[in-house]
Design a binder for this molecule. Structure first.
Ligand SMILES: *Cc1c(COP(=O)(O)O)cnc(C)c1O
Length: 398
């Protein structure tokens, strides 16, 4: 059998617009007419293929993007949301009810941590946060009412790697689902191949790659996606997080260059990581052989896409990190901004920004230094020049 490649899977779909447009058109209709009253009734009960009911439920433009994402993830189906957080919250609330329990990675996106740790209390859904790389700790945290293990393939901001096959075993032995946010590693890792039940994306990041919108996606079995869009109890239907069709068509066009972008992000990040190390910086990059879970990531990777575009370096103190970031922005290295997966380099101090929802004691426990600068490396053509500029910026700050 030929090896699976996510980019080829998207290309093999051969999607074409309804009027043979090379790009699927924007279907900007909120509602759809039915030829027969009975067809409308059947569609309401989820029983007709090819008919659309109402755009909060499904829209043809969203379907094109969802189909492409399902192909990329090698899952049966997908659904697209108005943000990554919408994808996360809808997936979790679909799976968990009052009295249930979640085992979650301690290091996740800050919003995810806040939702699971704070917001879910309202629904009496409990959570235990663990070091997700410690499989014994994960096993110990499982309870009879654990419905889900929640993690990220590559965690934010420490870039820890989740052992997806082992986590899937633990989850499934407990009749729980493994839910995994693959935002940092699209194309690089295909989580469904390792037993992940629900794959989550913030498409705001690498997938769209243009920083012109927020969007998210949930990829899973047809059964799970249908449960989300169920008119009676589906979170996607009832909480109303749907993505606008105008954005779906725009994101779909960007999805078609994702494979090329990921290769360049990875190539540039690998170059910077090696050079950072050479000048003695404390640099964390999954592509470096000494990185703790380098081999684990390699065992799960679609190799053509490299080790990703995320690097973190530890500058010791928040003050020093701040000065270096300001200097780098001044010198045109990129932007002092949160978010990632953009064509320009973005950098931020995680503890003071995207992980500021995580209390300081937990930040310490998960090994996050206050001087950590997280880089999302851009698509720079002359990365050597970028490195020289960064080096000068660091040397200028004492
Ligand atoms: C940004 C991000 C999210 C949240 O996505 P939004 O599109 O901003 O709602 C979730 N998970 C990860 C890993 C992220 O980086």
């Amino acid at each position: 059998m030929k090896k699976f490649d996510p980019a080829v899977a998207i290309q093999d779909l051969n999607q074409i617009g309804e009027y043979h447009g090379v790009n699927p058109s924007v279907t900007d209709s909120a509602t759809f007419a039915f030829p027969k009253a009975q067809t409308m009734t059947d569609t309401f009960h989820g029983e007709t293929e090819g008919y659309f009911l109402y755009s909060r439920h499904w829209n043809p433009s969203n379907k094109f993007l969802a189909d492409a994402l399902a192909a990329m993830e090698d899952t049966e189906a997908a659904w697209v949301t108005g943000s990554g957080m919408a994808a996360i919250t809808c997936a979790i609330l679909q799976i968990c009810s009052a009295g249930d329990h979640i085992v979650s990675s301690m290091t996740t996106y800050g919003g995810t941590f806040a939702f699971i740790n704070n917001y879910l209390k309202k629904f009496k859904i409990e959570a235990t946060f663990v070091n997700i790389t410690d499989l014994d700790a994960v096993k110990k945290a499982m309870r009879p009412n654990t419905k889900m293990i929640y993690t990220e393939t590559m965690t934010n901001p420490l870039l820890q790697i989740s052992n997806l096959p082992e986590l899937a075993k633990i989850a499934h032995a407990n009749n729980a689902k493994l839910v995994c946010d693959n935002t940092f590693t699209p194309m690089m890792v295909t989580p469904a191949h390792f037993g992940v039940d629900v794959v989550i994306y913030s498409m705001t990041k690498f997938i769209n790659g243009k920083n012109d919108c927020v969007a998210g996606a949930i990829c899973s079995t047809a059964e799970f996606i249908n449960s989300l869009t169920n008119v009676n109890d589906g979170t996607a239907m009832l909480l109303g997080p749907v993505l606008a069709p105008q954005l779906s068509v725009s994101i779909l066009k960007n999805l078609h260059t994702l494979h090329i972008r990921m290769m360049q992000h990875s190539k540039n990040a690998m170059y910077l990581a090696k050079r950072f190390k050479e000048i003695g910086l404390k640099c964390n990059y999954p592509g470096l052989p000494e990185f703790k879970d380098h081999e684990l990531l390699k065992s799960m990777m679609n190799e053509a896409y490299g080790f990703g575009g995320m690097i973190s370096i530890d500058m010791g103190t928040a003050d020093k990190a701040a000065k270096i970031m300001e200097k780098m922005q001044e010198e045109g290295v990129g932007f002092l901004a949160v978010s990632l997966g953009y064509f320009k380099t973005l950098f931020s101090n995680s503890g003071k920004s995207t992980s500021s929802e995580v209390p300081e004691d937990i930040q310490k426990e998960m090994g996050m230094s206050e001087g950590l600068i997280r880089f999302s490396v851009g698509l720079d053509m002359d990365i050597e020049k970028t490195f020289e500029t960064i080096k000068k910026c660091i040397e200028s700050i004492k």
